[in-house]
Design a binder for this molecule. Structure first.
Ligand code: ZN
Ligand code: ZN
Length: 402
């Protein structure tokens, strides 16, 4: 092996391909694709990797792509990007706005894909120079935003298909509109929440609104349920844990003089640990059952979503150290806990993993333009930084962990 590349050299190489990364990002941005329909994006990824001389596998987890960069006999490190867009109508008015009505890359997955292609370019370059002591598996996954009819997301499917087998570690990143370009954040342990959905049907027995005594009023019962549910986090969850239960919809009744038979509520349950998750599920069920002694019935269905994203302590420490090397000590923050969910969580269960938040806010912007909004935007100066961050994290892991 020849000499170790410095972080400065690697960042300079990333900046030298800024134009390529931006072109990939803008092309993908113009043609966004929803969950498990990312064929066009996957073709772009596949063709780009093949051009680089990277061995690829297509149609992984339906519409995903996996690339293999082979270096020395050291460990194999996984790097992940997601490729799907959201059902949002873009309002930005740039020359590279979405050309597809009602679909937009409003979560930055276009940038994630482009940055991983950038990282692939850098790492393949190092491999060709004999300076890559291990191997890299590039994981371009479909459908981070949604689960298919079988309740599976792209990350979950990739894990199930064995794509992560044999990985020494896996790393990924997400654009973050609340950090300036050049800044990153992560943390060891839980970082993003588990997100489960629920549907709760409170059944009573309807009748004339003027004769409540001959009904079991599900609207009155629901008032008890709402109070009880809102006490779960404050009274039943260990105060050192974090959690949210939100009742987000409630529907009952059709007309002012009829008491309905039932009320339906739906909502979300968020937690960071298996223990908190279990408590919230069990206590939600218990809170709903408050209607039973009053003559009503509660039917609760919980639809499990993504597990919490938990960063492996060693992988997180490694990634933070690598980011301090790349960007400087004062540009690396410990991430706060984030109540949103991420299906990178499945990958971090399959191999020691760490997820990074990459600042994409332009310090000159007076406002923030966060993800999942029709005016979401990012400062493209973050693109080479993200590419270098992924490449250096993989490289340094191979150099130090072999
Ligand atoms: Zn999203
Ligand atoms: Zn996202």
């Amino acid at each position: 092996m020849s000499s170790q590349i410095t972080s400065k050299e690697l960042l300079d190489r990333a900046k030298a391909i800024h134009e390529d990364i931006r072109t990939w990002r803008r092309t993908i941005h113009r043609f966004p694709e929803l969950t498990f329909t990312e064929q066009r994006t996957a073709s772009l990824v596949n063709a780009t990797l093949v051009d680089l001389g990277v061995e690829t596998e297509a149609e992984v987890a339906k519409t995903g792509v996996v690339g293999h960069i082979r270096g020395g006999a050291g460990p194999t490190v996984g790097l992940r990007a997601d490729m799907d867009a959201l059902p949002i109508q873009e309002v930005n008015g740039t020359e590279f706005d979405s050309t597809r009505p009602g679909i937009m890359h409003a979560c930055g997955h276009d940038a994630h894909t482009a940055m991983l292609l950038g990282a692939a370019t850098l790492l393949k370059g190092l491999a060709d120079e004999g300076r890559l002591p291990g191997s890299v598996r590039l994981l371009f996954q479909p459908s981070e935003e949604a689960q298919d009819s079988e309740g599976k997301s792209g990350g979950m499917r990739m894990v199930e298909e064995g794509v992560l087998q044999g990985l020494d570690a896996v790393f990924g990143l997400h654009v973050d509109s609340f950090h300036d370009v050049g800044y990153v954040a992560t943390r060891p342990g839980p970082m993003m929440a588990a997100a489960d959905k629920f549907e709760l049907v409170v059944t009573g027995s309807g009748g004339h609104a003027a004769r409540p005594q001959s009904t079991i009023d599900p609207i009155a019962l629901s008032a008890h349920v709402i109070n009880a549910v809102h006490q779960v986090v404050s009274r039943r969850l260990d105060p050192t844990e974090h959690g949210v239960i939100t009742i987000a919809t409630i529907h009952g009744g059709t007309v002012d003089n009829v008491i309905p038979d039932r009320v339906t509520m739906t909502g979300t349950i968020r937690s960071f640990t298996p223990r908190a998750r279990e408590v919230l599920h069990a206590e939600l069920k218990r809170a709903a059952s408050i209607v039973e002694p009053l003559g009503g019935r509660a039917d609760l269905t919980i639809h499990p979503g993504y597990p919490p994203t938990v960063n492996d302590p060693t992988a997180a420490e490694h990634m933070m150290a690598t980011m301090r090397e790349l960007l400087g000590d004062d540009h690396v923050a410990e991430s706060e806990l984030i109540m949103g969910a991420e299906d990178f969580s499945y990958m971090a269960q399959a191999a020691p993993g760490c997820f990074l938040r990459l600042g994409v806010h332009n310090p000159g912007w007076k406002e923030y333009y966060p993800v999942h909004r029709a005016d979401f935007r990012l400062d493209e100066d973050a693109l080479p930084i993200g590419a270098a961050a992924l490449a250096l994290t993989a490289l340094r892991w191979m150099e130090t962990k072999r």
